[in-house]
Design a protein around this ligand. Structure first.
Ligand code: NAD
Ligand code: MG
Length: 404
Protein backbone atom coordinates (compact mmCIF):
# COMPACT_ATOMS: atom_id res chain seq x y z
CA UNK A 1 0.00 0.00 0.00
CA UNK A 2 2.79 2.41 0.97
CA UNK A 3 4.43 2.24 -2.44
CA UNK A 4 1.18 3.28 -4.11
CA UNK A 5 0.97 6.46 -2.07
CA UNK A 6 1.64 9.55 -4.16
CA UNK A 7 4.67 11.58 -3.20
CA UNK A 8 3.37 14.74 -1.57
CA UNK A 9 4.94 18.16 -1.82
CA UNK A 10 5.87 19.47 1.64
CA UNK A 11 4.10 22.81 2.14
CA UNK A 12 5.23 25.14 4.89
CA UNK A 13 4.76 28.75 5.91
CA UNK A 14 8.08 29.07 7.69
CA UNK A 15 9.87 31.51 9.98
CA UNK A 16 13.56 31.22 10.85
CA UNK A 17 14.51 32.89 14.14
CA UNK A 18 18.28 33.41 14.04
CA UNK A 19 18.54 32.93 10.26
CA UNK A 20 22.12 34.30 10.06
CA UNK A 21 23.62 31.76 12.48
CA UNK A 22 25.07 28.36 11.79
CA UNK A 23 21.74 26.52 12.21
CA UNK A 24 19.79 29.34 10.51
CA UNK A 25 21.96 29.24 7.38
CA UNK A 26 21.72 25.44 7.26
CA UNK A 27 17.93 25.69 7.61
CA UNK A 28 17.60 27.98 4.60
CA UNK A 29 19.92 25.63 2.71
CA UNK A 30 17.66 22.64 3.47
CA UNK A 31 14.56 24.63 2.42
CA UNK A 32 16.28 25.75 -0.78
CA UNK A 33 17.49 22.22 -1.57
CA UNK A 34 14.02 20.66 -1.21
CA UNK A 35 12.32 23.56 -3.02
CA UNK A 36 14.63 23.41 -6.03
CA UNK A 37 13.83 19.72 -6.43
CA UNK A 38 10.10 20.41 -6.37
CA UNK A 39 9.78 18.47 -3.09
CA UNK A 40 8.75 21.51 -1.03
CA UNK A 41 6.78 24.71 -1.47
CA UNK A 42 7.80 27.14 1.24
CA UNK A 43 6.60 30.64 1.93
CA UNK A 44 8.95 32.47 4.29
CA UNK A 45 7.01 34.57 6.79
CA UNK A 46 9.87 36.11 8.82
CA UNK A 47 13.64 36.04 9.22
CA UNK A 48 15.55 37.48 12.19
CA UNK A 49 19.15 38.24 13.14
CA UNK A 50 20.91 40.13 15.90
CA UNK A 51 23.52 42.20 14.06
CA UNK A 52 24.52 40.68 10.71
CA UNK A 53 22.72 43.18 8.44
CA UNK A 54 24.52 42.17 5.25
CA UNK A 55 23.62 38.47 5.48
CA UNK A 56 20.06 39.15 6.66
CA UNK A 57 19.48 41.47 3.70
CA UNK A 58 20.97 38.93 1.28
CA UNK A 59 18.71 36.18 2.68
CA UNK A 60 15.69 38.49 2.52
CA UNK A 61 16.30 39.28 -1.17
CA UNK A 62 16.58 35.58 -1.97
CA UNK A 63 13.78 34.13 0.21
CA UNK A 64 11.33 37.09 0.09
CA UNK A 65 9.98 37.02 3.69
CA UNK A 66 7.13 39.36 4.52
CA UNK A 67 8.95 40.57 7.67
CA UNK A 68 12.58 40.85 8.78
CA UNK A 69 13.70 41.80 12.28
CA UNK A 70 17.13 42.87 13.47
CA UNK A 71 17.75 42.52 17.24
CA UNK A 72 20.14 45.45 17.55
CA UNK A 73 17.83 48.47 17.23
CA UNK A 74 20.73 50.74 16.24
CA UNK A 75 21.03 48.80 12.95
CA UNK A 76 17.51 49.52 11.70
CA UNK A 77 18.70 52.27 9.34
CA UNK A 78 21.40 50.04 7.85
CA UNK A 79 18.90 47.27 7.24
CA UNK A 80 16.42 49.71 5.68
CA UNK A 81 19.17 50.99 3.36
CA UNK A 82 20.12 47.45 2.36
CA UNK A 83 16.49 46.59 1.56
CA UNK A 84 15.48 49.89 -0.04
CA UNK A 85 12.93 49.40 -2.82
CA UNK A 86 12.09 45.84 -1.71
CA UNK A 87 8.55 45.14 -0.53
CA UNK A 88 9.65 43.75 2.85
CA UNK A 89 8.53 45.05 6.23
CA UNK A 90 11.38 45.85 8.64
CA UNK A 91 11.42 45.72 12.45
CA UNK A 92 14.23 46.37 14.92
CA UNK A 93 14.94 45.70 18.59
CA UNK A 94 14.09 42.76 20.85
CA UNK A 95 10.34 43.44 20.55
CA UNK A 96 10.54 43.06 16.75
CA UNK A 97 12.34 39.72 17.09
CA UNK A 98 9.60 38.62 19.51
CA UNK A 99 6.98 39.74 17.03
CA UNK A 100 8.59 37.60 14.33
CA UNK A 101 7.75 34.57 16.50
CA UNK A 102 4.15 35.76 16.78
CA UNK A 103 3.59 36.14 13.00
CA UNK A 104 1.51 33.37 11.46
CA UNK A 105 4.06 30.82 10.23
CA UNK A 106 3.01 27.20 10.77
CA UNK A 107 6.64 26.03 11.14
CA UNK A 108 9.18 28.02 13.16
CA UNK A 109 12.88 27.24 13.38
CA UNK A 110 14.09 28.43 16.80
CA UNK A 111 17.79 28.99 16.13
CA UNK A 112 18.62 32.05 18.21
CA UNK A 113 21.47 31.30 20.63
CA UNK A 114 20.90 31.58 24.38
CA UNK A 115 18.02 32.68 26.59
CA UNK A 116 17.47 35.60 24.16
CA UNK A 117 15.51 33.07 22.07
CA UNK A 118 13.00 32.31 24.81
CA UNK A 119 10.33 34.97 24.20
CA UNK A 120 10.20 34.73 20.38
CA UNK A 121 10.06 30.92 20.62
CA UNK A 122 7.35 31.05 23.27
CA UNK A 123 5.30 33.41 21.07
CA UNK A 124 5.42 30.81 18.30
CA UNK A 125 4.64 27.94 20.70
CA UNK A 126 1.61 29.76 22.14
CA UNK A 127 0.12 30.12 18.65
CA UNK A 128 0.30 26.36 18.08
CA UNK A 129 3.07 26.49 15.45
CA UNK A 130 5.31 23.46 15.00
CA UNK A 131 8.54 24.48 16.74
CA UNK A 132 11.74 23.11 15.23
CA UNK A 133 13.90 23.61 18.30
CA UNK A 134 17.65 24.16 18.04
CA UNK A 135 17.75 26.75 20.85
CA UNK A 136 18.28 24.32 23.77
CA UNK A 137 18.90 27.17 26.25
CA UNK A 138 15.21 28.14 26.13
CA UNK A 139 14.24 24.65 27.37
CA UNK A 140 16.96 24.71 30.03
CA UNK A 141 15.84 28.14 31.24
CA UNK A 142 12.07 27.60 31.08
CA UNK A 143 11.36 24.02 29.98
CA UNK A 144 8.07 23.60 31.81
CA UNK A 145 6.76 26.93 30.48
CA UNK A 146 7.69 26.13 26.86
CA UNK A 147 6.42 22.54 26.99
CA UNK A 148 3.12 23.67 28.58
CA UNK A 149 2.69 26.27 25.84
CA UNK A 150 3.19 23.58 23.17
CA UNK A 151 0.71 21.22 24.88
CA UNK A 152 -1.94 23.86 25.52
CA UNK A 153 -1.84 25.28 21.99
CA UNK A 154 -1.86 21.83 20.36
CA UNK A 155 1.40 22.58 18.56
CA UNK A 156 4.39 20.29 18.20
CA UNK A 157 7.97 20.38 19.38
CA UNK A 158 10.37 18.91 16.83
CA UNK A 159 13.88 18.62 18.26
CA UNK A 160 16.68 19.78 15.98
CA UNK A 161 19.61 19.27 18.34
CA UNK A 162 21.12 16.18 16.68
CA UNK A 163 20.93 13.97 19.80
CA UNK A 164 17.31 14.82 20.54
CA UNK A 165 16.35 14.55 16.91
CA UNK A 166 17.93 11.08 16.88
CA UNK A 167 15.97 10.01 19.97
CA UNK A 168 12.76 11.57 18.59
CA UNK A 169 13.11 9.37 15.49
CA UNK A 170 13.35 6.11 17.50
CA UNK A 171 11.37 6.89 20.70
CA UNK A 172 8.10 4.99 21.18
CA UNK A 173 5.88 7.82 22.42
CA UNK A 174 2.93 5.36 22.63
CA UNK A 175 4.78 3.17 25.13
CA UNK A 176 7.21 5.39 27.06
CA UNK A 177 7.03 2.94 30.00
CA UNK A 178 8.84 0.40 27.79
CA UNK A 179 11.86 2.67 27.49
CA UNK A 180 14.65 1.60 29.86
CA UNK A 181 17.00 4.52 29.24
CA UNK A 182 18.18 7.14 26.81
CA UNK A 183 21.83 7.22 25.79
CA UNK A 184 22.97 10.71 24.77
CA UNK A 185 26.17 10.51 22.79
CA UNK A 186 28.86 13.20 23.09
CA UNK A 187 31.88 13.80 20.89
CA UNK A 188 33.93 14.80 23.95
CA UNK A 189 34.93 18.05 22.22
CA UNK A 190 38.44 19.26 21.34
CA UNK A 191 39.87 18.56 24.83
CA UNK A 192 38.53 15.03 25.27
CA UNK A 193 41.98 13.60 26.04
CA UNK A 194 43.47 16.67 27.79
CA UNK A 195 44.36 16.85 31.48
CA UNK A 196 43.06 19.70 33.68
CA UNK A 197 46.59 21.12 33.75
CA UNK A 198 46.66 21.22 29.95
CA UNK A 199 43.27 22.94 29.90
CA UNK A 200 44.36 25.90 32.07
CA UNK A 201 45.77 27.91 29.15
CA UNK A 202 43.12 27.08 26.52
CA UNK A 203 42.40 30.02 24.16
CA UNK A 204 39.04 30.89 22.54
CA UNK A 205 40.44 29.86 19.13
CA UNK A 206 41.34 26.39 20.46
CA UNK A 207 37.97 26.01 22.21
CA UNK A 208 35.86 26.84 19.15
CA UNK A 209 37.75 24.40 16.88
CA UNK A 210 35.40 21.43 17.20
CA UNK A 211 36.73 18.13 15.83
CA UNK A 212 33.50 17.06 14.03
CA UNK A 213 30.91 19.83 13.84
CA UNK A 214 31.02 23.38 12.49
CA UNK A 215 28.87 25.49 14.85
CA UNK A 216 28.43 28.93 16.41
CA UNK A 217 30.99 30.12 18.98
CA UNK A 218 28.86 29.70 22.11
CA UNK A 219 27.85 26.08 21.51
CA UNK A 220 31.41 25.26 20.43
CA UNK A 221 32.74 26.48 23.80
CA UNK A 222 29.94 24.54 25.53
CA UNK A 223 31.10 21.42 23.67
CA UNK A 224 34.68 22.04 24.83
CA UNK A 225 33.62 22.28 28.52
CA UNK A 226 30.99 19.55 27.92
CA UNK A 227 28.36 21.90 29.36
CA UNK A 228 26.68 21.35 26.00
CA UNK A 229 25.98 17.73 27.02
CA UNK A 230 24.82 18.94 30.43
CA UNK A 231 22.36 21.35 28.80
CA UNK A 232 21.25 18.52 26.49
CA UNK A 233 20.56 16.28 29.48
CA UNK A 234 18.17 18.94 30.81
CA UNK A 235 16.72 19.48 27.33
CA UNK A 236 16.04 15.72 26.96
CA UNK A 237 14.34 15.56 30.36
CA UNK A 238 11.76 18.08 29.07
CA UNK A 239 11.21 16.64 25.60
CA UNK A 240 10.94 12.95 26.49
CA UNK A 241 8.73 11.48 29.23
CA UNK A 242 11.57 9.83 31.13
CA UNK A 243 13.26 10.83 34.41
CA UNK A 244 16.73 12.35 34.20
CA UNK A 245 18.27 9.44 36.20
CA UNK A 246 17.54 7.25 33.20
CA UNK A 247 19.36 9.50 30.75
CA UNK A 248 22.99 8.43 30.37
CA UNK A 249 25.85 10.20 28.62
CA UNK A 250 28.31 8.26 26.50
CA UNK A 251 31.37 9.67 24.75
CA UNK A 252 31.53 8.62 21.10
CA UNK A 253 34.31 10.62 19.39
CA UNK A 254 33.25 9.95 15.76
CA UNK A 255 29.76 11.58 16.14
CA UNK A 256 28.13 9.02 13.85
CA UNK A 257 25.60 7.52 16.29
CA UNK A 258 23.65 10.63 17.26
CA UNK A 259 21.95 9.00 20.29
CA UNK A 260 20.09 5.85 21.29
CA UNK A 261 17.03 4.51 23.09
CA UNK A 262 17.29 1.28 25.08
CA UNK A 263 14.02 -0.63 25.62
CA UNK A 264 13.07 -3.01 28.45
CA UNK A 265 13.79 -6.07 26.27
CA UNK A 266 17.43 -4.82 25.90
CA UNK A 267 16.90 -3.73 22.28
CA UNK A 268 18.78 -0.54 21.49
CA UNK A 269 17.56 1.68 18.64
CA UNK A 270 19.90 4.32 17.27
CA UNK A 271 19.87 6.99 14.58
CA UNK A 272 23.09 7.39 12.59
CA UNK A 273 24.39 9.86 10.04
CA UNK A 274 27.32 12.03 9.08
CA UNK A 275 27.84 14.97 11.44
CA UNK A 276 25.87 17.49 9.38
CA UNK A 277 23.06 19.53 10.99
CA UNK A 278 21.19 19.56 7.69
CA UNK A 279 20.06 15.98 8.43
CA UNK A 280 18.21 16.72 11.71
CA UNK A 281 17.00 20.04 10.25
CA UNK A 282 15.54 18.21 7.21
CA UNK A 283 13.92 15.68 9.55
CA UNK A 284 12.26 18.46 11.58
CA UNK A 285 11.33 20.37 8.43
CA UNK A 286 9.48 17.48 6.81
CA UNK A 287 8.19 15.65 9.88
CA UNK A 288 6.28 13.33 9.81
CA UNK A 289 7.31 13.05 6.15
CA UNK A 290 10.92 12.98 4.89
CA UNK A 291 12.62 15.46 2.63
CA UNK A 292 15.86 15.07 0.66
CA UNK A 293 18.87 16.79 2.23
CA UNK A 294 22.28 17.78 0.83
CA UNK A 295 24.10 15.98 3.70
CA UNK A 296 26.86 13.52 2.85
CA UNK A 297 25.89 9.83 3.18
CA UNK A 298 27.55 7.46 5.64
CA UNK A 299 30.20 5.18 4.20
CA UNK A 300 30.48 2.38 6.77
CA UNK A 301 33.43 0.62 5.16
CA UNK A 302 35.41 3.87 5.17
CA UNK A 303 34.50 4.47 8.83
CA UNK A 304 35.83 1.05 9.88
CA UNK A 305 35.20 1.49 13.59
CA UNK A 306 33.10 3.39 16.09
CA UNK A 307 34.44 3.83 19.62
CA UNK A 308 32.90 4.63 22.99
CA UNK A 309 34.05 5.66 26.46
CA UNK A 310 32.50 6.93 29.68
CA UNK A 311 32.62 10.70 30.30
CA UNK A 312 34.99 11.97 33.00
CA UNK A 313 33.19 14.32 35.44
CA UNK A 314 36.49 15.13 37.17
CA UNK A 315 37.99 16.75 34.08
CA UNK A 316 34.59 18.01 32.87
CA UNK A 317 32.75 19.24 36.02
CA UNK A 318 30.00 20.87 33.88
CA UNK A 319 28.43 17.39 33.56
CA UNK A 320 28.13 17.11 37.33
CA UNK A 321 26.74 20.66 37.66
CA UNK A 322 24.06 20.08 35.03
CA UNK A 323 22.98 16.78 36.56
CA UNK A 324 22.73 18.42 39.94
CA UNK A 325 20.67 21.31 38.48
CA UNK A 326 18.17 19.01 36.75
CA UNK A 327 17.75 16.88 39.87
CA UNK A 328 17.23 19.99 42.01
CA UNK A 329 14.73 21.43 39.51
CA UNK A 330 12.95 24.76 40.07
CA UNK A 331 15.17 27.71 39.24
CA UNK A 332 18.45 25.74 39.30
CA UNK A 333 18.62 24.96 35.54
CA UNK A 334 17.83 28.60 34.66
CA UNK A 335 20.58 29.73 37.05
CA UNK A 336 23.04 27.20 35.61
CA UNK A 337 22.25 28.33 32.06
CA UNK A 338 22.50 32.08 32.71
CA UNK A 339 25.76 31.77 34.68
CA UNK A 340 27.24 29.62 31.91
CA UNK A 341 26.13 32.08 29.19
CA UNK A 342 27.75 34.98 31.03
CA UNK A 343 30.94 33.00 31.67
CA UNK A 344 31.23 31.78 28.07
CA UNK A 345 30.78 35.34 26.76
CA UNK A 346 33.52 36.53 29.14
CA UNK A 347 35.83 33.71 28.02
CA UNK A 348 35.24 34.50 24.33
CA UNK A 349 36.10 38.15 24.92
CA UNK A 350 39.31 37.27 26.81
CA UNK A 351 38.06 38.26 30.28
CA UNK A 352 37.90 34.78 31.84
CA UNK A 353 40.01 31.62 31.82
CA UNK A 354 38.64 28.45 30.28
CA UNK A 355 38.46 26.42 33.51
CA UNK A 356 36.79 29.35 35.28
CA UNK A 357 33.68 28.93 33.10
CA UNK A 358 32.67 25.91 35.21
CA UNK A 359 34.05 27.50 38.41
CA UNK A 360 31.86 30.59 37.99
CA UNK A 361 28.82 28.47 37.14
CA UNK A 362 29.43 26.32 40.23
CA UNK A 363 29.76 29.37 42.49
CA UNK A 364 26.63 31.03 41.13
CA UNK A 365 24.71 27.77 41.63
CA UNK A 366 26.14 27.63 45.14
CA UNK A 367 24.97 31.11 46.06
CA UNK A 368 21.53 31.17 44.47
CA UNK A 369 20.78 27.95 42.56
CA UNK A 370 20.93 25.60 45.51
CA UNK A 371 18.51 27.46 47.75
CA UNK A 372 15.07 25.99 48.21
CA UNK A 373 12.34 27.23 45.94
CA UNK A 374 9.39 25.75 44.05
CA UNK A 375 10.18 22.42 42.34
CA UNK A 376 8.87 23.76 39.02
CA UNK A 377 8.96 27.15 37.39
CA UNK A 378 5.49 27.73 36.02
CA UNK A 379 5.75 31.24 34.61
CA UNK A 380 7.98 33.05 32.18
CA UNK A 381 8.46 35.79 34.79
CA UNK A 382 9.94 33.35 37.34
CA UNK A 383 12.37 31.99 34.74
CA UNK A 384 13.40 35.47 33.59
CA UNK A 385 13.93 36.58 37.20
CA UNK A 386 16.19 33.59 37.95
CA UNK A 387 18.06 34.23 34.70
CA UNK A 388 18.59 37.93 35.48
CA UNK A 389 19.73 37.34 39.06
CA UNK A 390 22.23 34.65 37.99
CA UNK A 391 23.54 36.74 35.10
CA UNK A 392 24.21 39.76 37.29
CA UNK A 393 25.87 37.68 40.04
CA UNK A 394 28.06 35.94 37.45
CA UNK A 395 28.96 39.35 35.99
CA UNK A 396 30.11 40.61 39.41
CA UNK A 397 32.17 37.45 40.01
CA UNK A 398 33.79 37.69 36.57
CA UNK A 399 34.68 41.37 37.14
CA UNK A 400 36.17 40.52 40.55
CA UNK A 401 38.37 37.82 38.99
CA UNK A 402 39.51 40.14 36.19
CA UNK A 403 40.45 42.77 38.79
CA UNK A 404 42.34 40.29 41.03
P1 NAD B 1 25.14 31.16 16.01
O1 NAD B 1 25.88 31.98 17.00
O2 NAD B 1 25.83 30.71 14.79
O3 NAD B 1 23.81 31.93 15.55
C1 NAD B 1 22.96 32.51 16.49
C2 NAD B 1 21.82 33.27 15.82
O4 NAD B 1 21.06 33.94 16.85
C3 NAD B 1 22.27 34.35 14.85
O5 NAD B 1 21.34 34.44 13.78
C4 NAD B 1 22.22 35.62 15.68
O6 NAD B 1 21.99 36.77 14.90
C5 NAD B 1 21.04 35.34 16.58
N1 NAD B 1 21.14 36.03 17.88
C6 NAD B 1 22.19 35.98 18.74
N2 NAD B 1 21.92 36.75 19.84
C7 NAD B 1 20.70 37.27 19.65
C8 NAD B 1 19.88 38.15 20.42
N3 NAD B 1 20.28 38.64 21.60
N4 NAD B 1 18.67 38.48 19.93
C9 NAD B 1 18.25 38.00 18.73
N5 NAD B 1 18.98 37.16 17.96
C10 NAD B 1 20.18 36.80 18.41
O7 NAD B 1 24.57 29.90 16.83
P2 NAD B 1 24.24 28.44 16.28
O8 NAD B 1 25.43 27.59 16.37
O9 NAD B 1 23.47 28.52 15.02
O10 NAD B 1 23.27 27.93 17.43
C11 NAD B 1 21.93 28.37 17.57
C12 NAD B 1 21.23 27.53 18.63
O11 NAD B 1 21.16 26.19 18.16
C13 NAD B 1 21.98 27.47 19.96
O12 NAD B 1 21.05 27.43 20.99
C14 NAD B 1 22.74 26.16 19.89
O13 NAD B 1 22.96 25.60 21.15
C15 NAD B 1 21.78 25.30 19.07
N6 NAD B 1 22.43 24.23 18.32
C16 NAD B 1 23.34 24.52 17.37
C17 NAD B 1 23.97 23.50 16.66
C18 NAD B 1 24.96 23.80 15.57
O14 NAD B 1 25.39 22.88 14.87
N7 NAD B 1 25.37 25.01 15.36
C19 NAD B 1 23.65 22.16 16.96
C20 NAD B 1 22.70 21.90 17.93
C21 NAD B 1 22.08 22.94 18.62
MG1 MG C 1 23.68 18.44 20.24
Amino acid sequence: MGSEQRRKVIRRRATVLGSTGSVGVNTLDVIDFASRRGEAEVEIVALTANSNVALLAEQAKKFRPRFVAIGDAALKGDLADALRGEDIEIGAGPAAVEEAGARDADWVMAAIVGAAGLKPTLNAARRGAAIALANKECLVCAGDVVMNAVRESGGALLPVDSEHNAIFQVFDFERPHRVARLILTASGGPFRTWSRAEMTAVTPAQAVAHPNWSMGAKISVDSATMMNKGLELIEASHIFPIPSERIDILVHPQSVIHSMVEYVDASVLAQLGTPDMRTPIASAFAWPDRSPSPSARLDFAALKHLTFENPDPERFPALRLAREAVERGGAAPAVLNAANEAAVAAFLSGRLKFLDIANITDQVLDQIGRRNGPARLTSLEEAMAADAEARSLAGRMIAARAAA
